[in-house]
Design a protein around this ligand. Structure first.
Ligand code: F3S
Length: 392
C-alpha cells in the first residue's frame, strides 16, 4: 500500500501506541486490497461496555493509554454498560460499575469524548457529505453513509481506535465510489406510519439482502427518527451499512439491472409476529438507537398524568437527556413510574442480570438482539401499543 512520509513516520514512531495503530491499519488495508490511506474527520469508538469487552478489553485499553495513545481527530464513545451517573437506579452491581469506570477512565486518558451514545449525529458530530470518517456502531455507520452521505466502513473497536489515533483509515469498501451503488431494489407496498413500521421493514430487508445495499422505492416520507430505526434494524438482521430511499436519502448512482424484491402489508404483519415471542412485557424499553428529543416528547405526552403498572425505561444520550430534563419530559416520565437513562442502552447493559425476562420494544434492532444477547422474550410493537400494555 502507498504510504505518505507522515504515515511511514507513524509506522516508525517513538510512541508505541501510534506504531501499533498504524501497523494494524496497514494490515487491514492489505487484507482488503486498499491502495492508500485516507484522512478521516472523526471516529467513533465502540467496545465501551464492560459487558461487551470484559477484563481482556480493560487490559487492552489501559495498556494502550499507558503507551501514550491519544486520538488525533474528534472521537466519540459508543454506549457504555450503565448510566454513568444513575447506575444504582439500574440495579447495576458495584463490581460491574467499578470495571465500567476503569474503561471510561482509560478512554478519557486517550482523549475520547465520553458521549456514550450511538447517535452522535443528533447533537454534536454531524459529518458532511463525502467526508471520510471511521465509525464503529452499526446503526450510526448506516445513518452516516446513507442519510448524510459521509463515508465509513463498519469498523471494529480496534480499527476505529487505530483510525482515531492516526487520523487515517485504509481506503477500501465504502470509501470508494465504485462500492457505493445499490445491489437490490426494494419495492415498498405497505403503509409505514411508525418508527416500528420502519424497524419491521429494516428487519425484513436485512435478512433478505444481508450485506447488500438496498434501494427503497415507494416510501412517501421518512424523517430522521424513522430512518435511524430503518438503518439500525437492517444492520442487525443483516449487515447493511449503506442504503438508499428514493427521493429522501442520497441518490444512488446506478439502479439498472438489480434484483427486485417486494415488501407488502402481509410481510410487515409477519415481521411483527415473528419478532414477538411474548405479549406480556415486564419492562418496556425505548431508545434503540438512542431517542431523539422528539421521541422523548411523544413518550412523555402519552404518559402525562398516567401511572405505569410495569417498568418503562427510555435510553438516550446525555445531551438529549439534558434537554428532556429542561423541558420537563423526564419529570413526567418519572412521575408516571418510568425512568430516563443515558450513556447506555437496552442491549449493552447487563439487563439479563436484572430479573427481567420479557421486554417490549419498538426497535427492529433491539427485537433482533434482545433474545440472543440479553436472553429476553420480546414484544415488538409500536410505541403507543407498548405504553398501553404497561399502563395501570
Ligand atoms: Fe444503539 Fe444500543 Fe441500539 S448501541 S442502536 S441503542 S443496541
Amino acid at each position: 500500500m502507498y504510504l505518505t512520509d507522515e504515515e511511514k513516520d507513524m509506522l516508525e514512531s517513538d510512541n508505541p501506541a501510534v506504531r501499533k495503530a498504524m501497523k494494524l491499519l496497514v494490515k487491514l488495508g492489505d487484507i482488503y486490497g486498499a491502495e492508500e490511506m485516507v484522512e478521516i474527520a472523526s471516529a467513533q469508538a465502540s467496545g465501551v461496555s464492560y459487558k461487551s469487552i470484559g477484563d481482556p478489553g480493560i487490559m487492552f485499553l489501559k495498556e494502550f493509554a499507558d503507551e501514550g495513545a491519544q486520538v488525533s481527530v474528534p472521537t466519540f464513545a459508543n454506549p457504555a454498560g450503565m448510566d454513568l451517573n444513575k447506575w444504582k437506579d439500574m440495579h447495576i452491581s458495584e463490581d460491574f460499575a467499578e470495571k465500567q469506570k476503569q474503561i471510561i477512565e482509560a478512554m478519557k486518558r486517550m482523549g475520547i469524548t465520553i458521549s456514550s451514545s450511538c447517535t452522535p449525529y443528533l447533537w454534536s458530530n454531524l459529518p458532511t457529505r463525502n467526508e471520510h470518517i471511521a465509525w464503529a456502531e452499526s446503526s450510526a455507520v448506516s445513518f452516516a453513509n446513507s442519510v448524510i452521505g459521509a463515508r465509513t466502513n463498519r469498523e471494529g473497536g480496534p480499527s476505529a481506535l487505530a483510525a482515531a489515533i492516526t487520523g487515517r483509515t485504509p481506503k477500501y469498501g465504502l470509501h470508494l465510489d465504485k462500492n457505493r451503488v445499490p445491489t437490490h431494489v426494494v419495492e415498498v407496498d405497505a403503509d409505514l406510519n411508525s418508527i416500528s413500521d420502519f424497524g419491521a421493514l429494516g428487519s425484513w430487508t436485512g435478512r433478505k439482502v444481508e450485506d447488500g445495499k438496498p434501494y427503497f422505492v415507494g416510501v412517501d416520507s421518512a424523517g430522521t427518527d424513522k430512518l435511524k430505526s430503518l438503518g439500525a434494524a437492517m444492520a442487525a438482521s443483516g449487515a447493511v451499512a449503506l442504503y438508499f430511499v428514493e427521493g429522501i436519502t442520497v441518490d444512488p448512482m446506478e439502479v439498472q439491472g438489480l434484483e427486485r424484491i417486494k415488501f407488502t402489508e402481509r410481510d410487515k404483519k409477519e415481521e411483527y409476529r415473528s419478532l414477538t415471542e411474548s405479549e406480556d412485557p415486564d419492562l418496556v424499553v425505548f431508545g434503540c438507537p438512542h431517542c431523539s428529543i422528539n421521541e422523548i416528547e411523544n413518550i412523555a405526552k402519552k404518559l402525562e398524568g398516567k401511572t405505569l403498572d410495569k417498568d418503562l425505561w427510555v435510553f438516550t444520550s446525555k445531551a438529549v437527556e439534558a434537554w428532556s430534563d429542561r423541558m420537563g419530559y423526564t419529570d413526567i416520565i418519572e412521575k408516571a413510574g418510568g425512568k430516563v437513562f443515558s450513556d447506555t442502552c437496552n442491549v449493552v447493559c447487563p439487563i439479563e442480570k436484572m430479573n427481567y425476562g420479557k421486554m417490549g420494544t419498538n426497535s427492529g434492532k433491539a427485537a433482533n438482539y434482545l433474545p440472543g444477547f440479553c436472553k429476553q422474550k420480546v414484544m415488538f410493537a409500536d410505541t403507543d401499543d407498548l405504553i398501553d400494555k404497561v399502563l395501570k
